[in-house]
Design a protein around this ligand. Structure first.
Ligand code: NIG
Ligand code: FE
Length: 408
């Protein structure tokens, strides 16, 4: 089915922008009074609405009656939204001054979510996950990465990944699952970090392959989780099995980013502790730097040095990290807008980080730009100037969202 959608006050296509480094707003392609031709879920043209209408008089028109700015659907390339329970108690302790690590040591933290998630039936996880995916989709997020990592044993990691698969079969959003069995050394595992990671390699990853539950593997490299000596062979072995690899890196202390680049990870995520030395490693690197302002807001800590990373030549994506502990809010646009004011990111850099640069972090090439040959994942905001979107710091939401060219 072919149709013409429009006219939009503006279409911000995000075409023609570099994958790495700083971007100036003057480089943005803005089509005023624009239209998009969609054919079988794909974009076949984005141009002036009247030109498209005259050139294709036979086309059915999906008419836009109000002022709307069209941009690509967002891609949230880092979330942990498959979980049960709540960590409101952790949050109340944090705002009284306890640190994330102190809370983890005294029985809260990731391990608490592991207990609550292990106690939930798979059907309950499916239900909770569906609601969160639906909320993200309504916020214009059409592709969502989702990690396991609150199971931390074979049965419960499989339960989480199966729940993600179940939701992906019916959800309108595209879900990208990642195995994060290496989130934490589980307290009930008898053995070292290396023993645990070898157990995951031998007893979990082959089942994930057989059931086709994920093709990405993540690890949390941190003093409180896994060290680089244990992480490097794990990542290389997962890669040799055919998984793409990604790393939770430099959240509190450095070393993870270096490991990510050395092992050829598709992305290194967090980077709050990264310095100029780490930034320099990202120049022209294939590894995408993913910053997670929601975790900084949830923990009350500094943002990752996004400006420095871009100026050093990184491909910078922005994701929500939505999870029950460090980042409970899950409002990606709000987080990106607020961080951009602190870090001095241009509108172009923010939208690039939420779209085609985030697609690169997931190694997906068919979305994130409104141009011929791309999937028609799109969202429209009720305004007539694209700058209004960040200006309202997340308070204006998309009024219309399309997945594969269909309005949802
Ligand atoms: O990305 N840093 C490690 N993992 C998650 C937090 C998970 C949690 O606190 O439950 C993160 O922030
Ligand atoms: Fe995370």
């Amino acid at each position: 089915m072919r149709k013409l959608i429009g006219p939009f006050s503006e279409i911000l296509t995000l075409s023609g922008l570099a994958l790495n480094g700083a971007i100036d707003d003057s480089q943005l392609q803005v089509i005023r009074n624009g239209g998009v031709v969609v054919e079988d879920g794909m974009i076949s043209a984005a141009d002036d609405f009247e030109i498209l209408r005259k050139a294709n008089p036979e086309l059915e028109i999906e008419k836009i009656e109000t002022d709307q700015v069209l941009i690509p659907g967002f891609i949230d390339c880092h979330t942990h939204i498959c979980f049960a329970g709540s960590r409101a108690k952790d949050y109340s302790l944090r705002i009284q001054g306890k640190t994330y690590l102190e809370i983890a040591k005294s029985g809260g933290g990731i391990w608490d979510s592991v207990q609550q998630t292990r106690a939930a039936e798979e059907a309950k996880l499916v239900d909770l996950l569906k609601q969160r995916v639906q909320r993200h989709l309504a916020d214009g997020i059409t592709t969502i990465e989702i990690k396991s990592g609150y199971g931390l044993d074979v049965a419960n990691e499989l339960k989480m990944l199966r729940a993600i698969k179940t939701v992906s079969l019916t959800s309108k959003a595209d879900l990208v699952p990642t195995c994060l069995a290496a989130h934490l050394l589980p307290k009930d595992f008898e053995g070292s970090q290396v023993d645990y990671l070898n157990h995951i390699l031998a007893d979990l990853l082959p089942l994930i392959k057989t059931e086709n539950l994920a093709n990405r593997v993540d690890i949390f490299i941190e003093e409180s989780a896994f060290d680089r000596t244990a992480a490097v062979p794990y990542l290389l072995a997962a890669k040799a099995m055919g998984f793409e690899i990604t790393v939770h890196a430099d959240q509190f202390t450095t070393s993870g980013l270096e490991v990510a680049i050395e092992t050829g990870a598709v992305s290194a995520d967090h980077l709050e502790a990264s310095t100029e030395r780490e930034a320099a490693l990202l120049k022209d690197a294939e590894t995408v730097a993913v910053v997670l302002p929601g975790a900084s807001l949830g923990l009350g800590m500094q943002y990752a040095p996004a400006r420095k990373l871009l100026d050093a030549g990184a491909c910078l994506a922005i994701a929500s990290d939505w999870n029950p502990g460090s980042a409970p809010m899950g409002d990606l646009l709000m987080q990106a807008a607020v961080m951009s004011a602190a870090e001095k990111l241009s509108t172009a850099e923010v939208f690039a980080g939420l779209t085609f640069r985030a697609a690169k972090a997931l190694n997906i090439k068919d979305r994130g730009i409104l141009a011929e040959g791309m999937i028609a994942d799109m969202q429209a905001y009720p305004c007539n100037d694209y700058r209004e979107i960040l200006y309202h710091q997340g308070k204006i939401k998309p009024e219309m969202v399309w997945k594969n060219g269909t309005r949802i």
